[in-house]
Design a protein around this ligand. Structure first.
Ligand code: FES
Ligand SMILES: [Fe+2]
Length: 326
């Protein structure tokens, strides 16, 4: 690759993506988001339902999130007060007798459970063909709520997904000793089962067993059994073709007081953040090898890539040469 060119990654996977935490969006609130290279508005009507729309008004293109407001279960444009329902249809224009048929903005399918807001993305507009299950622990009083973090990373999500099978990086990158490691691919699910010993940054030794499952290309839950019983979320959503928002969360089973467990959860989340930073330092600087040179101790990286390719409508993502001077 010459110096005047750089690698650019193309394409988005189809599937469910986490775009926020339920607690971030109160009734009557609007959040402006940027995912899949688009401006979006997320709002919660007085019925408690969250809705996700393209941000630009069908009329003269004002941004609904820049001064717009929620009225009842609708969102009102800040420019001439056209009002849109959650399905994207304009339902009221204060100064018109008739609402034009084309007065609508694109509405995105949204689901909310387990304290998470999920958006369905499909490049060809097809309906969801799998579900992300709810985590029952979220509503269970024997568990903490989510301790949550978000990081924006300059990488393609396929790099993050490959962690599932990349057995050889655990001792090197995460200071984790792996005793057993297996993978299972089943339709939209990809699972990793690992047993081993972790050496947390703060010291100590944690014998653990983890089952981590991707439900589609971008939402992974982990069932972690160790010193503490934990449920983890790892969700990554493309901002554009070169950046992703990585969200992660921790729920812990209460041991002793809720206050004490909550402190543990925070420390746990900090350790998890450190773990992600160890990966990020690699992801942000690496090149994607279409044809890697693999050895017999590597995990099933090619199988994982074949599994991941099912979420792309056409060609799997590839590197294209982009001339920076263009
Ligand atoms: S631009 Fe939105 S109402 Fe006119
Ligand atoms: Fe990792």
């Amino acid at each position: 690759m010459s110096e005047s060119t750089r690698a650019r990654l193309t394409g988005y996977p189809n599937g469910w993506f986490v775009i926020g935490w339920s607690d971030e969006l109160a009734v009557g609130q609007i959040l402006t988001l940027h995912y899949f290279g688009r401006e979006l508005v997320l709002f919660r009507g007085e019925d408690g339902r969250a809705n996700l729309l393209d941000a630009y008004c069908a009329h003269l293109g004002a941004h609904l999130g820049a001064g717009g407001k929620v009225v009842g279960c609708q969102i009102e444009c800040p420019f001439h007060a056209w009002r849109y329902a959650g399905d994207g249809r304009c339902v009221e224009i204060p100064y018109a007798k008739k609402i034009p048929k084309k007065a609508l903005v694109r509405a995105w399918e949204l689901r909310e459970h387990s304290g998470l807001l999920f958006m369905w993305y499909d490049a060809q507009g097809r309906a969801p063909d799998y579900d992300v299950p709810a985590l029952t622990e979220w509503a269970d009083e024997n568990w903490t709520r989510w301790t949550m973090s978000k990081l924006r990373i300059r990488t393609h999500p396929r790099e993050i997904v490959e962690n599932v099978v990349d057995k050889a990086h655990f001792p090197r990158v995460h200071n984790t000793h792996v005793e057993s490691f297996e993978n299972e691919f089943d339709g939209p699910r990809a699972t990793q089962r690992t047993r081993g010993v972790a050496y947390p940054v703060g010291g100590g030794r944690d014998q653990f067993a983890i089952e981590a499952t991707y439900f589609g290309p971008a939402v992974q839950y982990s069932w972690m059994h160790g010193v503490l019983e934990a449920r983890l979320l790892n969700a990554h959503t493309p901002v554009d073709e070169n950046n992703v928002d990585l969200r992660f969360g921790v729920m812990l089973k209460l041991i002793g007081s809720a206050e004490k467990t909550r402190m543990f959860a925070e420390r746990y989340a900090e350790n998890l953040t450190l773990g992600f930073h160890q990966d990020i330092a690699i992801w942000e600087n690496k090149k994607y090898r279409e044809v890697p040179v693999l050895c017999d101790g590597d995990g099933p990286i090619i199988k994982l890539r074949q599994w991941y390719a099912q979420f792309f409508t056409g060609e799997p993502p590839r590197e294209v040469e982009v001339d920076d001077r263009a």
